[in-house]
Every structure is written in C-alpha cells, then in structure tokens.
Ligand binder design. Sequence first.
Ligand SMILES: Cc1cc2nc3c(=O)[nH]c(=O)nc-3n(C[C@H](O)[C@H](O)[C@H](O)COP(=O)(O)OP(=O)(O)OC[C@H]3O[C@@H](n4cnc5c(N)ncnc54)[C@H](O)[C@@H]3O)c2cc1C
Length: 458
Amino acid sequence: MTNVVRDPAVLEGYARDASGLRFVPEGVVRPASRDEVVALMRETAATGTAITPAGAQTSTTGASVAREGLLLSMRAMDRVLDIDVARRTARVEPGVLLGQLNHTLAAEGLFFAPDPTSDETCSLGGAIACNASGPRTLMYGATRAHVRALTVVLADGSVREFTRPRVEKNTVGYMPTHDLVDWFVGSEGTLGVIVAAELALLERPMRETGLGIPFPSAVEAIAFARAARASQDVVPRCLEYFDAEAFRIARGGGHGAAAVTDWGHDGQVMVYAEDCLAGDLAIDAWLALAESHAATDSDVRVFEGEAAVREARRLRHAVPAAMHERTAPYLAHGGRRISTDWAVPLERVEDAILLANGFALEAGHPVPVTYGHIGNGHPHQNWVAKDPEEVKSLEAVVERTLRAVIGMGGTVAAEHGIGKIKSRWLGLQASAEQVGIMRAAKREFDPAGRMAPGNILG
Ligand SMILES: Cc1cc2nc3c(=O)[nH]c(=O)nc-3n(C[C@H](O)[C@H](O)[C@H](O)COP(=O)(O)OP(=O)(O)OC[C@H]3O[C@@H](n4cnc5c(N)ncnc54)[C@H](O)[C@@H]3O)c2cc1C
C-alpha cells in the first residue's frame, strides 16, 4: 500500500504555492519511482480520490495546490537518467530543478534552453506542465519546443510513452491529435503524471554578453526593444524591461544578487539585452542602437562572460522575488500578489501597458510594477493586494485589461498557465468549440475527472 503522509504539520508545508492560494491537501504522497506512481494511481482509481501532481510549487496560478484529495509531490524523482552528447538529448525525471539540470549538462558543454527566472527553484515537470518560458525564449522558444518525448502515468495507472512523430508531412485526421506530446506540455497536471521526459539540448554558446541599458522613459525603452528585434546588426537573445520601480528593486540586489551602485537614476527605466555573438563589434552595435533611442553610453552596464551574465539574471529574478516577498505579510489576511501574464503583439505593448495603468488608477490603485519579456510583447504587471477586497478590485482591473488585450490579438496567459486563479478567464480567450475540445481530451485521458481538479477547466 502507498504511504500517504497525513501529519498536519507536513500537509501545511504543501498547502500553498507561490500564488498565495491555500488548500491543505488530505494527504501527501512522495514517490521515488515510476512504479510507486503507478501503484498510487491504481489504488486511488478504486476510491475515485483526486490527485494533484506538484513539482517545486512555484506556480503563480494555484495550479500546484490540491483543492481536494491528495497532493503528489514529484520532487524525489530527480535523476538525470541519461545524457546522449552525440544526439544532444537527455532523459530526465521530472523532480530535478532546472538549475541543477543545467549544472549537470554544463559538464558536457550542453544546456536545456527554457529559462524561467525561477529556474533555480522550479522543477522540470512543472516547467513542462506549464510550458514555462523565460527571457531567452525570445531566441529559443518555450519549453514545448525542447521536449521530444514524455513518459506519462495516466489516471487509471497505465504507463504511456508519447514520442513526437519524425515525419515531415502528415495528413491523417485532425492536426491537434497528430502529436500527443503537445497535449501534455502545458496540461497543468490535468491529463496525467509526467514521470520522465526526453529533452532536446543545445550546445552552450562560446561567448555571452548582457547589457543593462537605462532609458529616460518607457517610450524610448520600448521603441529600442522593437528596433532591436528588427535590426540586422544585433541578435538579441533576450530583451527584458524594468520600469522605474523594477529597476530600483534590481539595483538593490537581494535574492542571491549583489546590490549594484552607481547605475541609473531615479525615474529611469531599463532594458536588459543579451547577445551570444558578443565581441566588441556586437557591443558597439548595441550601444549605437541604444544611443539612437536616447540612452547614454556611460550609463550602460556590460555583463561580459558567463558568470557576469548569471549575476545579471539574478538581478532580473530579484524583481518577482521581491514582489513575492512584499506580499508575504498579507497572506494571512487574505491578500496575495496579483500578477499578470498577458502578452500582445510587440507593436501593441506600449498601448496595453498604458491602458492597464489607466484602469488601475481609475479604480483607485497605484500603477503596477511592470517588468519582463518586452521583446515578446509580454511584460508582467504586479500589485500587492493586502486583503480580499483589494484582491477583488485588482482582479476586476486585470479582467478589464485582458478584454482589451484580447482585442489587440493578445493572450490572457503566455507562460504561467491558468491554474485555478485564471481559469475563470479561459472563456475570454477560447471559443465554446475550443473549450469543448479541451473537455473531450480531458474525458479521454481522465474519464473520472480526478487529475488536478480546478486547473484549466475550473
Ligand atoms: C519568483 C518567480 C519567478 C517566476 N518566473 C517565471 C518565468 O520567468 N517564466 C515562467 O514560465 N514561469 C515563471 N514562474 C512560475 C513557475 O516558476 C513556473 O511555472 C514553473 O515552471 C513551475 O514549476 P514548479 O516545479 O514549481 O511546478 P509546480 O508549481 O509545482 O506545478 C506547476 C504545474 O505543473 C504541474 N506538474 C508539476 N509536476 C508535474 C508532473 N510531474 N506531472 C504532471 N504535472 C506536473 C502541477 O500540477 C501544476 O499544474 C515564476 C514563479 C516565481 C515564484
């Protein structure tokens, strides 16, 4: 029989993820092998018990807390099973942290490209189940593009191997069924438990350079990001935006990053760009582009080489981490971080930010802290809601923004999934037919509806 932990002190440790939602699970199971997952799924199929898989519980949408039934923590299954250097692939268990995985791969001159800024604290399984992305998604694409095959345990305990088809052409039936790997990437625990993945890896770049470029205002910064994407002279690997408050937080360091002095002035915003061509010529091209958008050469901070670029990433991560920390005192009073994940086509990103800020002010809230993946038209906006009333009012502001974002050809959620908190907005984005197809797939893989209840389909 599977060992289910029911000690209240242990259960409390799994009751919250990074969203601030709190659901104490009925029990926690921590399997160390695929066979233990199979045994659990078979035993619980008989009782109809709900199962919510969880990795490192850094979900910002409540996807990794168990609204009912058992929480299945996959953290103990964290082995790198095999690295094939010649084929540039690795077979890995889901519990490994992305940072650990890349540390192991570095010894072979390889890396796994998806880079959520939470990579030191989030698991591979969670990244696959959310189709996570990060700053360098601008160059490499999101997690989906780097998953070749998955081993999944379904709700009835059967083990299934899904491998991407190798064919270049296919006309058999409806396209969404051609490749079942795609159904599980981004499925947020609702279709089955990922117990292993075959990943496509890349060779580590020979050189890397980051540039932190302060600008007088968002107008110049966003125009710069657009120009960098259109340019033939620079090859951006990432383009990350920091509004004035985000830039202040980043300069202050913390969360593993050292504070940076003598950089930027109050009120300035910043764009962090990376280029893996590096070299003086590339840096000169970046500086010329920055200057043509009102940046000052002497304000630019260059992060040269792998260690310096890693430090720059820590400065970037300090922003969401600080917002998370600012919220902590209010969790017990029903407050939480309100964090958006919408994205729009790049040419509409300035309009979207201005609209969202205007909606916040109209509702009597401050403008949010705005930062993130500007090169993909994907900035995050964060507020600290101190109590349930502020949560409600700020979510109304977000919903108003999302309606506008969809009108601009955007998406409600570009990388965090929709979990439990944003599932109410599924219908804003997807038509009744699209939701119907999702429900049909859910019925097919999980007929009793016991996988991760509350996620995606509500
Ligand atoms: C400070 C901070 C910064 C962040 N930055 C980014 C960012 O830049 N980009 C980004 O995309 N996200 C970001 N996130 C969100 C989060 O870190 C990612 O979504 C991450 O991929 C979740 O991984 P996890 O291991 O914590 O998964 P969890 O939170 O534990 O779970 C997430 C989802 O995956 C499912 N799941 C987990 N493991 C499995 C499994 N083995 N099988 C099936 N389903 C499974 C869960 O059921 C849940 O639905 C950030 C979060 C924080 C707190």
